[in-house]
Design a protein around this ligand. Structure first.
Ligand code: PLP
Length: 272
């Protein structure tokens, strides 16, 4: 029986050759969450499971041409990942302006899990000013949230930071706290918090052992797919977290470097 295409998610993100993060991660998470990814790389990267060594941004005209060539494919949601310089930022802004009304999930990529800097304070400022008004939901971790709101002095006031970003035009913020450094935070549980203008909602998840590569990409891409299939924001956030937790709990631990999510943990055709 011929099948119709699942809802399409346009992904503008970096390529990570390990497949743990970036557009490969997004593509897997989107397929496993009921969508189909259209992948436009914003950058190539040189990296392994330890750290990112180099970022090579895509030429802005190539980004625009790749998106243009897909113009007979109806995009149901957009996911934004790594944006490595201001020229890429302008190209991504230009793309977003072509899709009014299509939900946009943006995962700010500021620092790699291995420690490499993937943004700058000036780029964070431009990101907040140019992209946030076009974003439906932003998915920072606590570190990224703080980098995007340097004007807020109270170190632990995530709500003030989320309100500041929403006042710049972003509709909602899902803050992940896997990286929560507070000594007071529960080491066995992690808490993710959704901030919208009307409500705040928290979810707790048992902390998994290990350090994972690409957990943020997995969450944001799954969320974009759930929005593409027509899920409302709150259940979409919940399903994407559940999917990410399952991908991590079934993840591969290579023994050296960061662990890799297994996003097709539910695929059974081959048993090994
Ligand atoms: N490389 C690319 C292309 C990414 O998009 C990201 C994160 O989104 C990373 C590397 C860093 O991944 P992690 O923070 O999981 O190490």
């Amino acid at each position: 029986m011929p099948q119709p295409l699942p809802p399409l998610v346009l992904v503008l993100a970096g390529h990570d050759p390990t497949g743990g993060a970036g557009i490969i991660a997004d593509s897997e998470a989107i397929a496993a969450s009921g969508g189909w990814a259209l992948t436009v790389p914003t950058a190539l990267t040189v990296q392994n499971l330890h750290d990112v060594h180099r970022v090579i941004p895509t030429a802005p005209d190539a980004i625009l041409a790749m998106v243009e060539a897909l113009n007979d494919m109806p995009v149901a949601a957009i996911k934004i990942g790594l944006i490595a310089d201001e020229a890429t930022l302008l190209a991504v802004e230009n793309v977003l302006r072509r899709f009014p009304g299509v939900p946009v999930v943006a995962d700010p990529v500021i620092k790699a899990g291995g420690g490499a800097e993937l943004s700058t304070p000036a780029l964070c400022q431009a990101y907040a000013r140019r992209l946030l008004p076009l974003v439906d939901i932003l998915t920072p971790n606590r570190f990224e949230l703080a980098q995007l709101t340097p004007e807020i002095e109270a170190v632990d006031d995530d709500t003030a930071r989320a309100v500041a970003l929403m006042s710049q035009g972003c509709q909602a913020i899902l803050v992940t706290a896997t990286d929560d450094p507070r000594p007071s935070s529960d080491q066995q549980q992690i808490t993710h918090t959704l901030h919208t203008p009307d409500t705040t909602r928290q979810w707790q998840w048992p902390r998994l052992p290990g350090v994972f590569h690409g957990s943020g990409c997995t969450l944001a891409a799954s969320l974009a797919a759930r929005l593409a299939v027509g899920e409302r924001l709150l259940p979409a956030c919940e399903q994407a977290q559940h999917f990410t937790w399952q991908s991590l709990s079934h993840g591969y631990h290579p023994g050296r470097g960061q662990a890799l999510p297994k996003r097709f943990f539910d695929a059974h055709f081959f048993t090994r």
